[in-house]
Design a protein around this ligand. Structure first.
Ligand code: NAD
Length: 333
């Protein structure tokens, strides 16, 4: 048996996940939740989804009675992650929720508690934990292959010039913030898993607004500096006015880097000694397989993709925003 997955929200990333589901050994696309009847018809035909597994946002809670759906994958705009995670958990379904998990630590905790109470598993869509280049930088950092890492530079940005001003990524209620909310978790995550440490303090600065017609509600650019217990520093920028996608770690006896490194890839990387030579994989299929196999076996999901992990990233996000707003160094508990 494969794990029967329902995709909740049929936008751009859901289409990428559908390709991952098609390649997955342990998961299959069994249902959809969409507010657009035309999309329901198109997905039904393309993926052979039975009518009884097709929901809209109003009748979604009836999924509780549907034994043919095991897991709901929430791929909605960020501001809807919490509501649909809570509703899926209440319906007794396991949940994968896309990043960023939610806007606040309190909301993340509510989602974790709801899933625990319902007896369902909760994962955040952290695909890079299944990607070979990222598994390697995690190993190089945590095993101190080049000695302790002292400095990490990790930045991610996309030029959003030309984006329609009503795009949800620009709206505070649906996006929660600008590039920090949408892209920042990749920078924060890579810092945390390469060092194997939690940051203790942060300073941060908002960058200039160069597209005032778009950035009225959320930041266009933000840079921050994390301090870690070992003394390591993590410095990052997320931006909406240029394309950047890189990770660099400086250690005592060498370096390692990925560029492209934090997006979908295909990634390219090297150490101070040699180039990486890892295969390009379907990251979503690998992520779904990793999660699906464990749930089918009745095993707990690993902590690095858990709700608790999502919460730790949002704690850092909250600290970054506070530091940028106040201009002060913020201690992270
Ligand atoms: P998208 O805009 O392409 O899709 C969002 C979907 O939600 C659309 O189908 C839209 O119709 C639907 N929707 C339902 N209610 C809505 C509302 N009130 N307002 C706007 N849309 C509404 O966005 P996307 O790029 O697919 O992103 C969806 C989620 O996936 C986001 O949380 C994003 O951060 C995440 N994401 C993750 C990755 C990754 O690599 N893990 C990549 C891209 C996006």
């Amino acid at each position: 048996k494969k794990l029967n997955v329902a995709l909740c929200g049929l936008g751009r990333y859901a289409n990428i996940l559908a390709k991952g589901l098609a390649e997955s050994e342990y998961c299959t696309l069994a249902g959809i939740i969409t507010g657009t009847p035309e999309k329901a018809a198109a997905w039904k035909a393309k993926y052979n989804i039975p009518d009884k597994n097709i929901y809209n946002y109003e009748n979604f809670d009836k999924i509780a009675r549907n034994k043919d759906i095991d897991l709901v994958y929430v791929v909605l705009p960020n501001g809807l992650h919490k509501e649909y995670t809570l509703r899926a958990a209440k319906a007794g379904k396991h949940v994968i929720v896309e990043k960023p998990m939610a806007f606040t630590v309190a909301d993340c905790q509510e989602m974790i508690d709801a899933c625990r109470k319902a007896g369902v598993q909760l994962a955040v869509g952290y695909r890079l934990h299944y990607e070979p280049h990222h598994l390697e930088i995690k190993r190089l950092g945590q095993e101190k292959v080049f000695g302790p890492v002292r400095l990490i530079e990790a930045s991610l940005g996309y030029n959003l010039a030309g984006t329609p001003p009503d795009d949800w990524h620009l709206k505070k209620a649906l996006a929660g913030g600008g590039p920090l909310m949408n892209l920042g978790v990749y920078c924060i995550q890579s810092n945390r898993y390469v060092l194997g440490e939690e940051p203790t303090a942060v300073t941060a600065q908002f960058g200039p607004v160069t597209m005032p017609e778009l950035f009225t509600e959320v930041e266009e650019n933000i840079s921050w500096q994390l301090q870690f217990p070992s003394g390591a520093i993590g410095t990052s920028t997320t931006t909406s006015n240029c394309n950047i996608d890189r990770f660099y770690a400086a250690a005592d006896h060498g370096f390692f880097e990925l560029s492209p490194g934090l997006s979908y890839g295909p990634f390219k990387g090297r150490t101070s000694e040699k180039a990486f030579n890892f295969p390009v994989i379907n990251q979503q299929a690998a992520q779904l397989d990793g999660i699906g196999q464990l749930i089918l076996q009745g095993q707990a999901l690993p902590s690095h993709i858990s709700g608790e992990e999502g919460l730790k990233d949002i704690r850092v996000v909250e600290g970054i925003y506070e530091a940028a707003r106040t201009g002060k160094r913020v201690a992270l508990s």
